[in-house]
Design a protein around this ligand. Structure first.
Ligand code: AMP
Ligand code: MG
Length: 339
């Protein structure tokens, strides 16, 4: 399954690079593996050497991975004892604060405390869905009042409660790496962490063209022309297993205990805030188009959200926000609605 996932990431990487159709010169690219994901850093401005890129990328990713896994060695952090508390690095606590805001605004549809449920489903490694009584037990361990976040520490009231940073960890890595490259005066850098795209500046004075992939396919159905932001996609086709002809994907709805069914195949969020882009793509996938429109409206200004591209189950594309003017459809088989 890991191999299948790595292969998917590689295909996605190829799509993104081939969709960046106005590449004038070949970039210098450095590939690495972090957080179960194929990652790459590509520099288009010719100002930075391959050695400098690899050194910066390795240093930042090692730092971030150890930040995330500092206390338990895992990206899923479970309380083993009642009342257990975990302390986090300052940057990570800021990310948790953003996640907490979205949890509140989505009434718990997005919730890092989903760990007991994601652990039970164990997607994509599992072969069959869990028993409904086990789903109920896992849901009993997702309680707003049992997990508290005081700005520097997360504490859990009950053993077995926990947090799963899967929905934010790539965004967190890209945010820290973006700052590193930006603060060192770089421009024209594309970070691709398993399909989470982050752009440092522009591409030789022009926007980057970033393709959005067809689910299960190998080509892009559209692209957006953007600079200096993140383009993050969450899709049900990314990680899943099949049982009795039904696909069970990795984005779970803590309100039902089952994979989210919001009528979407994927959501892409284009946002200046790299962590919020990652949080929102997962959150919007769970809540669906209508509730996402409200959510995005509330956060748009503070977080620099440029827009979203929703792909529905029936291959309709809904484009929300100012990104509409920089959206290009590649496949006429898809209908587009602008909101
Ligand atoms: P992403 O690929 O960014 O959409 O993140 C998906 C990951 O987020 C999953 O693999 C889980 O680790 C985690 N996750 C799944 N469902 C939720 C949810 N409802 N709220 C927060 N995190 C979730
Ligand atoms: Mg996410």
């Amino acid at each position: 399954m890991k191999l299948k996932f790595s292969l998917l990431c590689l295909i996605l990487l190829i799509i993104v690079l081939s969709a960046t159709s106005c590449i004038a010169t070949s970039p210098i690219t450095y590939d690495f593996f972090a957080m179960d994901t194929v990652c790459s850093v590509s520099a288009y401005d010719g100002m930075i050497s391959e050695d400098a890129i690899s050194e910066m990328a390795d240093t930042v990713s090692n730092k971030v991975v150890s930040m995330i896994t500092a206390q338990t060695g895992s990206s899923r952090i479970f309380a083993e004892n009642d009342g257990e508390t975990f302390l986090f690095d300052e940057q990570l606590t800021e990310a948790f604060a953003d996640a907490e805001l979205v949890r509140k605004l989505t009434n718990g549809a997005f919730d890092l405390a989903v760990a007991p449920l994601t652990d039970l489903w164990n997607i994509p490694s599992a072969n069959e869905p869990p028993l409904s009584e086990d789903i109920s037990k896992a849901l009993d361990l997702i309680n707003e009042t049992d997990i508290s976040f005081d700005g520097s520490a997360v504490s859990f009231a009950l053993a077995g409660e926990g947090i799963d940073v899967g929905a934010i960890c790539k965004g967190f890595l890209s945010s820290v790496m973006y700052d590193e490259f930006k603060n060192s005066g770089n421009n024209g850098i594309l970070l691709n962490f398993g399909g989470n795209i982050t752009l440092v500046g522009d591409k030789n004075g022009e926007p980057f063209s970033i393709g959005i992939k067809k689910p299960y396919g190998s080509s892009a159905f559209c692209y957006v022309k953007v600079s200096d932001c993140s383009v993050v996609t969450s899709g049900g086709y990314e990680r899943y297993f099949e049982y009795n002809g039904i696909k069970y994907h990795h984005i779970l709805d803590p309100r039902t205990g089952y994979p989210a069914e919001s009528g979407l195949q994927s959501v892409t969020v284009i946002c200046k805030d790299h962590i919020m882009a990652d949080i929102l793509s997962t959150a919007c996938f769970v809540i669906g188009v209508d509730d996402s429109v409200n959510l995005i409206e509330q956060l748009s200004e503070n977080y620099g959200i440029l827009g979203c591209v929703f792909l529905t189950d029936d291959n309709s594309v809904i484009v929300l926000g100012e990104i509409s003017k920089d959206f290009v459809l590649l496949d006429e088989g898809y209908s587009v609605e602008y909101k």
